[in-house]
Design a protein around this ligand. Structure first.
Ligand code: 2RA
Length: 353
């Protein structure tokens, strides 16, 4: 009894976090949990809530009897297999970029637009990109009260957003530079990395990441924008239901392993005080407010790793822009930014199957 949940991509980086989330839930509504992965990982045994489960191969039959299928796989795998799951009667909850902007696929952050899960003509629901997600709980709560009009953000994105190779690269760079007095002369970080057998040409990042920041995430799109910056714009509009929201984003990779941060400059229909914003953040169960400037208390990504809520701090009323707040948010990009939000959508679906 209870609906059947499948996890596709069970052995990947986000899939592994997903299993940790499922294991740590006080209770789960599922009658059965099925782990699915590529042929390479099929047969592997993973313990989920005390039961040793055998990973099954991704085939159409893997979805037989499945009610909700969560996908934590690359775009092209989701593009091919989420419709297969839907055709077999499952609701596919997809964490890839394959369907996010499809008008027939809701893009959901449960604390912002849970009701959007009710209308799913393709049997697919999309999970937003981690950068957008990291600020949605905070912006959704403020938007409900004050009406968001304009959004200017700069991201400070962790290496793990780029996957395991990107994490390995950052650790490799840190190790190569450890104990060396570098960063005092243009190009010396590159030289040390090159001498250590880590030329930037081999890196997933287009510049050294250790002892540096890199204003680039994703791929090049029109007029110099990156795919990541356009995702922030398009996905924010769709999730918040504000098609004409003015958005400008600059996405930057920083030498942090896990947890994305964003500096947010948000303009509303009417005036918002810091006190009102604090009250709204405090009332939102999925937000932790850490904002005591006199004590220099604010969130940093290192403090938020492994945490489910979004952390918010440095809330200020913009001095020169009416009806505008500036604040800083941190969200674990592998948890709320990926696995957790996908799982929360799956839970939301239980009453709506
Ligand atoms: C990144 N947002 O951080 C991407 C991952 N989906 O690279």
């Amino acid at each position: 009894s209870g609906p059947v949940l499948a996890l596709v991509g069970a052995t990947g980086a986000v899939g592994t976090v997903m299993i940790d989330i499922i294991n740590r839930r006080e209770s789960v509504p599922w009658g059965e949990i099925r782990l699915v992965a590529s042929a390479r990982s099929a047969g592997k045994k993973i313990t989920v809530r005390g039961d040793e489960l055998t990973v099954v191969e991704l085939t159409p039959e893997a979805f037989d009897g499945v009610d909700v299928a969560m996908f934590d796989v690359p775009d092209e795998v989701s593009a091919e297999w989420a419709p297969v799951a839907a055709a077999r009667g499952a609701v596919a909850v997809d964490n890839s970029g394959a369907f996010r902007m499809d008008p027939e696929v809701p893009l959901v952050v449960p604390e912002v637009n849970a009701d959007a899960t009710a209308t799913r003509p393709k049997g697919i629901i999309a999970n937003p990109n981690c950068t957008t997600l990291s600020m949605m709980a905070a912006l959704g709560a403020l938007h409900r009260e004050f009406g968001l009009r304009e959004l200017v953000v700069a991201s400070y994105q962790a290496a793990s957003g780029g996957g395991q190779a990107a994490i390995d690269r950052l650790y490799g760079e840190v190790q190569a530079l450890a104990g060396k007095q570098v960063g005092l002369r243009a190009g010396d970080v590159r030289e040390v990395l090159e001498a250590a057998g880590l030329p930037v040409s081999d890196s997933p990042f287009p510049a050294p990441l250790a002892l540096n920041v890199v204003p680039w995430a994703g791929s090049l799109k029109d007029d110099g924008w990156t795919s990541e910056e356009l995702k922030v714009r398009n996905e924010s509009r769709k999730i918040l239901g504000i098609p004409d929201l003015k958005v400008s984003a600059t996405c930057v990779r920083v030498p942090v392993v896990t947890t994305h941060s964003l500096a947010v400059h948000a303009t509303f229909e009417r005036e918002v005080t810091v006190g009102e914003a604090h009250e709204i953040f405090e009332a939102q169960p999925t937000i932790v407010l850490v904002d005591d400037p006199a004590e220099k208390r604010f969130p940093t990504p290192a403090d938020v790793v492994g945490e489910d809520p979004t952390y918010v701090g440095r809330v200020r009323q913009a001095l020169d822009f009416p009806n505008t707040l500036d604040f800083f948010v941190c969200g674990d990009n592998l948890r709320k930014g990926a696995a957790l939000n996908t799982y929360e959508i799956a839970e939301e679906l239980v009453g709506r199957l």
